[in-house]
Design a protein around this ligand. Structure first.
Ligand code: HEC
Ligand code: HEC
Length: 360
């Protein structure tokens, strides 16, 4: 067992990240706790809110009801929760999602409107794009979707409502859906009252306030204080020796070059580095990974160990692990799990429609 002082190791580790991988294939079993502060930081226990959409409690509650209310969909049968459901780690447990004509939930859902890409979790989207150096004080967004095509949660939220495969269906035109949804909501006194309290300045039911409420609710679903966060905060006793070995392998074999910071993601697209299937997508977060199978942008890896195994002998992206390392790394990644994350489901939604849509 190697025993070297923490300060020295921190330097070694930084230079290993710099050159990526240890060249030899497979990390050695180093159980020594290092200084990880250049690579990872604990997740904050409160989410950041943008100045243009400050928090208030009614806005968060309104956003939760809208998230579950199929009234936002063209045919009033699909909700955000159809594909981002707490029972499946706020994703849907499927390779590809079924949207506007779907019935059922998770792997049991069936229908023919299928998204071309895997549904990511919405856990911790409040922190998307935060890094070790970029504080969340003035930070509100980081690029959403697998290709980072929108830069705020507020803008993201209109996407699925206007998408025929996801929520729109084919009976209302994309250009008309937001006005139709606004009219539906205006006809429901409970929504009128909630919008008035959530938006005291404008008191308006309009698309901007709908997306602001949805984003405020999404910012609630964060997963701080995992065992790894407690460890980063200084409690070295919370990780087992194998977990520390896995953590050190994760760094030494090059994973933390992309999976770093509070999210274990740089939220960047690594151009020229095709990860699998020659498709280039952004680095996903690895927080609460045990709850969000299947993995990768095409959901093609059913188990965590399968996703990790993709990185065996990957000289092309300067990563080197072999099958002795898979389990240690998986054991480390599970220290990011928090089984107590928010899993609330409203009993009723103000429209009186089925909560969540056709997900029974
Ligand atoms: C039919 C399934 C489906 C429905 C319904 C749906 N989504 Fe999604 N969601 C997806 C898929 C698939 C993606 C990835 C799309 C992409 O990257 O191009 C996604 C991406 C997202 C993201 C980006 C997450 C990230 O890390 O970048 C957020 C946030 C999100 N959805 C929120 C919502 C909200 C809010 C609603 C309701 C207004 C909603 N979704 C409805 C399937 C769905
Ligand atoms: C060059 C940047 C880069 C490096 C280095 C890297 N990854 Fe990734 N990682 C990504 C990207 C990009 C994806 C998404 C790929 C896809 O969806 O096809 C990903 C996906 C994953 C996933 C699946 C996450 C999910 O929710 O779907 C896991 C697990 C993972 N990486 C672990 C690792 C491990 C372990 C290592 C080191 C052995 C590593 N990564 C090295 C960029 C990287």
């Amino acid at each position: 067992m190697k025993r070297i002082q923490v300060g020295f190791i921190a330097v070694t580790c930084a230079s290993l990240i710099g050159c990526g991988g240890n060249g030899g294939g497979g990390g050695e079993n180093d159980p020594q706790v290092r200084d990880y502060s250049d690579t990872f930081t604990a997740l904050l226990s409160t989410p950041p809110y943008p100045m243009t959409n400050p928090y208030n409690e009614v806005k968060e509650q309104l956003g939760e009801l809208l998230f579950w209310d199929p009234i936002l969909s063209g045919d009033q049968n699909t909700s955000c929760a159809s594909c981002h459901h707490p029972d499946f780690g706020w994703a849907d447990g499927r390779r590809f999602s079924i949207g506007s004509d779907g019935i059922g939930l998770g792997p049991a859902r069936f229908g023919s409107e299928i998204t071309p890409i895997h549904s990511p979790t919405i856990m911790n989207v409040a922190f998307t794009g935060t890094t070790v150096n970029k504080s969340t004080n003035s930070f509100v967004s980081g690029g959403y979707f697998w290709d980072l095509r929108v830069d705020t949660l507020e803008k993201q939220a209109e996407g699925p409502i206007k998408n025929p495969i996801e929520m729109l269906g084919y009976n209302i035109a994309e250009a008309d859906i937001m006005a139709a949804v606004v009219n539906r909501l205006k006809a429901i006194p409970e929504y009128v009252g909630l919008f008035q309290q959530a938006f005291p300045e404008t008191k308006a039911i309009n698309s901007e306030n709908i997306t602001k409420a949805l984003a405020t609710f999404e910012r609630k679903i964060i997963t701080p204080n995992s065992r790894f966060d407690q460890f980063l905060a200084g409690d070295q006793t919370v990780l087992t020796q194998q977990e520390v070995i896995g953590l050190n392998k994760f760094i030494d074999s090059g994973c933390a070059r992309c999976h770093s910071g509070p999210m274990l993601s740089d939220n960047a697209i690594h151009l020229g580095e095709a990860i699998i299937n020659d498709v280039v997508v952004r680095t996903p977060s690895l927080r609460n990974i045990s709850f969000t199978a299947p993995y990768m942008h095409d959901g093609s890896r059913p188990r965590l160990i399968d996703a990790i195994a993709d990185y065996e002998n990957r000289g092309d992206i300067d990563v080197n692990i072999d099958d002795d390392d898979f389990n240690d790394i998986a054991v480390f990644l599970r220290t990011l799990d928090t089984s107590t994350f928010y899993k609330g489901k409203p009993d009723v939604v103000p429209s009186g429609l089925t909560v969540g849509g056709d997900i029974y």
